[in-house]
Design a protein around this ligand. Structure first.
Ligand code: R5P
Length: 282
Protein backbone atom coordinates (compact mmCIF):
# COMPACT_ATOMS: atom_id res chain seq x y z
CA UNK A 1 0.00 0.00 0.00
CA UNK A 2 1.04 3.58 -0.62
CA UNK A 3 -0.42 6.41 1.42
CA UNK A 4 -0.56 10.02 0.32
CA UNK A 5 -0.19 12.71 2.96
CA UNK A 6 -3.97 13.23 3.29
CA UNK A 7 -4.77 9.67 4.38
CA UNK A 8 -1.99 8.24 6.54
CA UNK A 9 -4.19 7.17 9.47
CA UNK A 10 -6.83 5.54 7.30
CA UNK A 11 -4.11 3.85 5.23
CA UNK A 12 -2.67 2.31 8.41
CA UNK A 13 -6.08 0.87 9.26
CA UNK A 14 -6.57 -0.50 5.76
CA UNK A 15 -3.06 -1.99 5.62
CA UNK A 16 -3.69 -3.82 8.91
CA UNK A 17 -6.91 -5.32 7.56
CA UNK A 18 -5.22 -6.33 4.30
CA UNK A 19 -1.99 -7.47 6.06
CA UNK A 20 -0.16 -5.37 3.48
CA UNK A 21 3.06 -3.39 3.81
CA UNK A 22 2.54 0.37 3.91
CA UNK A 23 4.76 2.95 2.23
CA UNK A 24 4.10 6.57 3.16
CA UNK A 25 4.90 8.85 0.24
CA UNK A 26 7.46 11.61 0.64
CA UNK A 27 5.79 14.92 -0.12
CA UNK A 28 7.44 18.33 -0.16
CA UNK A 29 6.38 21.76 -1.29
CA UNK A 30 8.63 23.99 -3.39
CA UNK A 31 8.91 27.72 -2.68
CA UNK A 32 6.32 28.50 -5.35
CA UNK A 33 3.79 26.05 -3.89
CA UNK A 34 4.34 23.25 -6.40
CA UNK A 35 4.48 19.74 -4.96
CA UNK A 36 7.19 17.11 -5.09
CA UNK A 37 6.29 13.45 -4.42
CA UNK A 38 8.32 10.26 -4.23
CA UNK A 39 7.44 6.70 -3.28
CA UNK A 40 10.25 5.49 -1.02
CA UNK A 41 10.62 1.99 -2.53
CA UNK A 42 10.00 0.58 -6.01
CA UNK A 43 6.72 -1.30 -6.42
CA UNK A 44 7.53 -3.13 -9.66
CA UNK A 45 5.30 -6.18 -10.14
CA UNK A 46 3.31 -5.47 -6.96
CA UNK A 47 -0.44 -5.15 -6.60
CA UNK A 48 -0.54 -1.60 -5.26
CA UNK A 49 -3.33 0.16 -3.40
CA UNK A 50 -2.90 3.95 -3.24
CA UNK A 51 -4.99 5.86 -0.67
CA UNK A 52 -5.33 9.63 -0.88
CA UNK A 53 -8.23 11.94 -0.05
CA UNK A 54 -8.58 15.00 -2.22
CA UNK A 55 -9.24 17.83 0.22
CA UNK A 56 -7.96 20.51 0.20
CA UNK A 57 -7.13 21.21 -3.46
CA UNK A 58 -3.41 20.43 -3.31
CA UNK A 59 -4.19 16.89 -2.14
CA UNK A 60 -5.86 16.34 -5.51
CA UNK A 61 -2.68 17.37 -7.32
CA UNK A 62 -0.72 15.13 -4.95
CA UNK A 63 -2.97 12.20 -5.89
CA UNK A 64 -2.27 12.70 -9.60
CA UNK A 65 1.49 12.92 -8.98
CA UNK A 66 1.46 9.79 -6.80
CA UNK A 67 -0.44 7.85 -9.44
CA UNK A 68 2.20 8.89 -11.96
CA UNK A 69 5.06 7.91 -9.61
CA UNK A 70 3.57 4.47 -8.95
CA UNK A 71 2.78 3.89 -12.63
CA UNK A 72 6.40 4.69 -13.53
CA UNK A 73 7.48 1.92 -11.14
CA UNK A 74 5.51 -0.64 -13.19
CA UNK A 75 3.18 -2.28 -10.65
CA UNK A 76 1.15 -5.33 -11.70
CA UNK A 77 -1.99 -3.36 -10.76
CA UNK A 78 -2.95 -0.05 -9.18
CA UNK A 79 -6.13 0.34 -7.16
CA UNK A 80 -6.81 3.96 -6.27
CA UNK A 81 -8.78 4.64 -3.09
CA UNK A 82 -10.13 8.19 -2.86
CA UNK A 83 -11.82 8.36 0.57
CA UNK A 84 -13.07 11.92 0.04
CA UNK A 85 -13.76 12.59 -3.62
CA UNK A 86 -13.49 16.33 -4.17
CA UNK A 87 -15.68 18.20 -6.65
CA UNK A 88 -18.44 15.61 -6.22
CA UNK A 89 -21.03 18.35 -5.80
CA UNK A 90 -20.48 19.75 -9.31
CA UNK A 91 -21.77 16.53 -10.86
CA UNK A 92 -23.59 18.14 -13.77
CA UNK A 93 -23.97 21.45 -15.57
CA UNK A 94 -26.29 23.56 -13.47
CA UNK A 95 -25.77 26.48 -15.92
CA UNK A 96 -24.58 26.53 -19.51
CA UNK A 97 -20.83 26.99 -19.74
CA UNK A 98 -19.96 25.22 -16.50
CA UNK A 99 -17.45 22.39 -16.12
CA UNK A 100 -18.70 18.99 -15.00
CA UNK A 101 -15.99 19.02 -12.36
CA UNK A 102 -16.52 15.55 -10.93
CA UNK A 103 -16.27 14.05 -14.44
CA UNK A 104 -13.09 16.04 -15.09
CA UNK A 105 -11.55 14.57 -11.92
CA UNK A 106 -12.71 11.03 -12.84
CA UNK A 107 -11.14 11.29 -16.29
CA UNK A 108 -7.78 12.34 -14.85
CA UNK A 109 -7.83 9.68 -12.11
CA UNK A 110 -8.39 6.99 -14.73
CA UNK A 111 -5.23 7.87 -16.65
CA UNK A 112 -3.07 5.90 -14.16
CA UNK A 113 -5.34 3.35 -12.45
CA UNK A 114 -6.86 -0.09 -12.92
CA UNK A 115 -9.74 0.30 -10.46
CA UNK A 116 -11.14 2.92 -8.12
CA UNK A 117 -12.83 2.90 -4.70
CA UNK A 118 -14.41 6.01 -3.17
CA UNK A 119 -16.57 6.61 -0.11
CA UNK A 120 -20.00 8.28 -0.31
CA UNK A 121 -19.58 10.50 -3.32
CA UNK A 122 -22.13 13.28 -3.25
CA UNK A 123 -24.32 11.89 -6.01
CA UNK A 124 -24.36 8.39 -7.49
CA UNK A 125 -24.16 10.01 -10.94
CA UNK A 126 -20.46 10.62 -10.22
CA UNK A 127 -19.74 6.87 -10.21
CA UNK A 128 -21.09 6.65 -13.78
CA UNK A 129 -18.30 8.95 -14.93
CA UNK A 130 -15.77 6.15 -14.33
CA UNK A 131 -15.16 3.80 -17.22
CA UNK A 132 -12.83 1.57 -15.17
CA UNK A 133 -14.26 -0.76 -12.50
CA UNK A 134 -15.23 1.55 -9.62
CA UNK A 135 -17.09 1.06 -6.36
CA UNK A 136 -18.47 3.34 -3.69
CA UNK A 137 -18.06 2.29 -0.05
CA UNK A 138 -20.50 3.63 2.52
CA UNK A 139 -19.50 5.51 5.64
CA UNK A 140 -22.91 4.96 7.20
CA UNK A 141 -22.14 1.60 8.86
CA UNK A 142 -19.18 3.23 10.64
CA UNK A 143 -21.41 6.04 11.95
CA UNK A 144 -24.08 3.51 12.96
CA UNK A 145 -21.45 1.51 14.90
CA UNK A 146 -20.47 4.65 16.79
CA UNK A 147 -24.01 5.84 17.50
CA UNK A 148 -25.16 2.37 18.60
CA UNK A 149 -22.67 2.55 21.46
CA UNK A 150 -23.78 6.08 22.34
CA UNK A 151 -27.48 5.58 22.95
CA UNK A 152 -28.80 7.50 19.91
CA UNK A 153 -32.59 7.00 19.72
CA UNK A 154 -33.55 8.80 16.52
CA UNK A 155 -31.77 9.79 13.29
CA UNK A 156 -32.54 12.97 11.34
CA UNK A 157 -31.46 14.08 7.86
CA UNK A 158 -30.90 17.86 7.71
CA UNK A 159 -32.03 17.98 4.07
CA UNK A 160 -33.70 15.77 1.49
CA UNK A 161 -30.36 14.72 -0.07
CA UNK A 162 -29.33 13.17 3.22
CA UNK A 163 -32.55 11.17 3.64
CA UNK A 164 -30.96 7.96 2.29
CA UNK A 165 -28.15 8.36 4.82
CA UNK A 166 -30.53 8.83 7.77
CA UNK A 167 -32.55 5.86 6.59
CA UNK A 168 -29.44 3.67 6.24
CA UNK A 169 -28.20 4.52 9.73
CA UNK A 170 -31.67 4.32 11.31
CA UNK A 171 -32.25 0.91 9.72
CA UNK A 172 -28.83 -0.42 10.78
CA UNK A 173 -29.49 0.75 14.35
CA UNK A 174 -33.18 -0.20 14.44
CA UNK A 175 -34.28 3.33 15.44
CA UNK A 176 -36.70 5.71 13.71
CA UNK A 177 -35.51 8.32 11.22
CA UNK A 178 -36.94 11.44 9.59
CA UNK A 179 -35.79 14.27 7.33
CA UNK A 180 -36.05 18.03 6.93
CA UNK A 181 -36.20 20.16 3.80
CA UNK A 182 -33.54 22.77 3.20
CA UNK A 183 -33.08 25.58 0.74
CA UNK A 184 -29.54 26.77 0.07
CA UNK A 185 -29.36 30.52 -0.38
CA UNK A 186 -25.57 30.70 -0.86
CA UNK A 187 -22.43 28.85 0.32
CA UNK A 188 -22.87 30.24 3.82
CA UNK A 189 -26.63 30.49 4.22
CA UNK A 190 -29.36 27.84 4.33
CA UNK A 191 -33.01 27.96 5.29
CA UNK A 192 -34.57 24.83 6.79
CA UNK A 193 -38.31 24.33 6.73
CA UNK A 194 -39.74 23.63 10.20
CA UNK A 195 -42.02 20.58 10.54
CA UNK A 196 -43.21 18.49 13.51
CA UNK A 197 -40.63 15.84 14.51
CA UNK A 198 -40.87 12.95 17.00
CA UNK A 199 -37.80 14.06 18.95
CA UNK A 200 -39.13 15.09 22.38
CA UNK A 201 -36.90 13.75 25.15
CA UNK A 202 -34.74 11.77 22.70
CA UNK A 203 -31.06 11.66 21.86
CA UNK A 204 -31.03 12.62 18.18
CA UNK A 205 -28.22 12.15 15.63
CA UNK A 206 -28.32 14.53 12.67
CA UNK A 207 -26.42 12.94 9.79
CA UNK A 208 -25.10 14.09 6.42
CA UNK A 209 -22.46 13.05 3.92
CA UNK A 210 -20.45 16.28 4.24
CA UNK A 211 -20.11 19.00 6.86
CA UNK A 212 -18.52 21.99 5.20
CA UNK A 213 -19.42 25.33 6.86
CA UNK A 214 -21.69 23.56 9.35
CA UNK A 215 -24.65 25.77 8.37
CA UNK A 216 -26.87 22.87 7.30
CA UNK A 217 -26.29 20.97 10.54
CA UNK A 218 -26.66 24.01 12.79
CA UNK A 219 -29.97 24.96 11.22
CA UNK A 220 -31.39 21.42 11.68
CA UNK A 221 -30.10 21.27 15.27
CA UNK A 222 -32.00 24.44 16.18
CA UNK A 223 -35.24 22.80 15.01
CA UNK A 224 -34.58 19.53 16.88
CA UNK A 225 -33.73 21.42 20.08
CA UNK A 226 -36.74 23.72 19.80
CA UNK A 227 -38.96 20.61 19.59
CA UNK A 228 -37.53 19.15 22.80
CA UNK A 229 -34.69 16.83 21.78
CA UNK A 230 -32.79 15.89 24.94
CA UNK A 231 -29.41 15.68 23.23
CA UNK A 232 -28.29 16.43 19.67
CA UNK A 233 -25.19 14.96 18.05
CA UNK A 234 -23.85 15.57 14.54
CA UNK A 235 -22.51 12.79 12.35
CA UNK A 236 -20.95 13.03 8.92
CA UNK A 237 -18.74 10.92 6.71
CA UNK A 238 -16.55 13.76 5.38
CA UNK A 239 -15.79 16.48 7.91
CA UNK A 240 -14.29 19.50 6.14
CA UNK A 241 -15.18 22.05 8.86
CA UNK A 242 -14.36 25.19 6.90
CA UNK A 243 -14.57 28.88 7.84
CA UNK A 244 -16.13 29.09 11.29
CA UNK A 245 -17.77 25.64 11.23
CA UNK A 246 -16.55 24.81 14.73
CA UNK A 247 -18.34 27.87 16.09
CA UNK A 248 -21.52 27.06 14.15
CA UNK A 249 -21.49 23.53 15.56
CA UNK A 250 -21.23 24.64 19.18
CA UNK A 251 -24.93 23.81 19.66
CA UNK A 252 -24.21 20.08 19.33
CA UNK A 253 -23.40 17.84 22.27
CA UNK A 254 -20.93 15.99 20.07
CA UNK A 255 -19.64 16.11 16.50
CA UNK A 256 -18.47 12.86 14.91
CA UNK A 257 -16.95 12.20 11.52
CA UNK A 258 -15.17 9.29 9.88
CA UNK A 259 -11.52 9.25 8.87
CA UNK A 260 -11.98 10.02 5.16
CA UNK A 261 -10.74 13.51 6.08
CA UNK A 262 -8.75 13.34 9.27
CA UNK A 263 -9.68 15.91 11.95
CA UNK A 264 -10.15 15.95 15.70
CA UNK A 265 -13.72 14.77 15.08
CA UNK A 266 -12.65 11.56 13.27
CA UNK A 267 -13.82 8.95 15.76
CA UNK A 268 -14.71 6.06 13.46
CA UNK A 269 -12.97 4.42 10.53
CA UNK A 270 -14.33 3.47 7.14
CA UNK A 271 -11.42 1.01 6.68
CA UNK A 272 -13.59 -2.17 6.90
CA UNK A 273 -15.98 -0.91 4.22
CA UNK A 274 -13.14 0.22 1.93
CA UNK A 275 -11.47 -3.19 2.26
CA UNK A 276 -14.75 -4.91 1.44
CA UNK A 277 -15.06 -2.91 -1.80
CA UNK A 278 -11.41 -3.52 -2.72
CA UNK A 279 -12.00 -7.26 -2.33
CA UNK A 280 -15.12 -7.06 -4.50
CA UNK A 281 -13.08 -5.46 -7.28
CA UNK A 282 -10.09 -7.83 -6.99
C1 R5P B 1 -25.12 19.11 0.33
O1 R5P B 1 -26.16 18.73 -0.17
C2 R5P B 1 -24.35 18.27 1.29
O2 R5P B 1 -24.96 17.03 1.47
C3 R5P B 1 -24.22 18.96 2.63
O3 R5P B 1 -25.51 19.14 3.17
C4 R5P B 1 -23.52 20.26 2.50
O4 R5P B 1 -22.32 20.12 1.79
C5 R5P B 1 -23.24 20.83 3.86
O5 R5P B 1 -22.67 22.08 3.70
P1 R5P B 1 -22.60 23.09 4.91
O6 R5P B 1 -21.95 22.39 6.05
O7 R5P B 1 -21.73 24.21 4.36
O8 R5P B 1 -23.98 23.57 5.21
Amino acid sequence: MVSGSASVRLSRQISKLLSADLLVAEVNTFADGELYVRIPEPVEGEEVVLVQSTYPNEKLIELFLLQDAIWESDPSSLSVVIPYYAYGRQDKKFKEGEAISSRAVARRVEVNAHRIVTVDVHNERVMKYFELPAREASGMPALARYFSGGGVEMVLAPDENATRHAQAIGDLMGVPWDYLKKERIDSWTVETEEKPLEVKGLKVAIVDDVISTGGTMASAARIARSQGARSVVAGCVHGLFVGGAEQRLKGFDEVVSTDTVHTGHSKVSVAPEVVEELKRLA
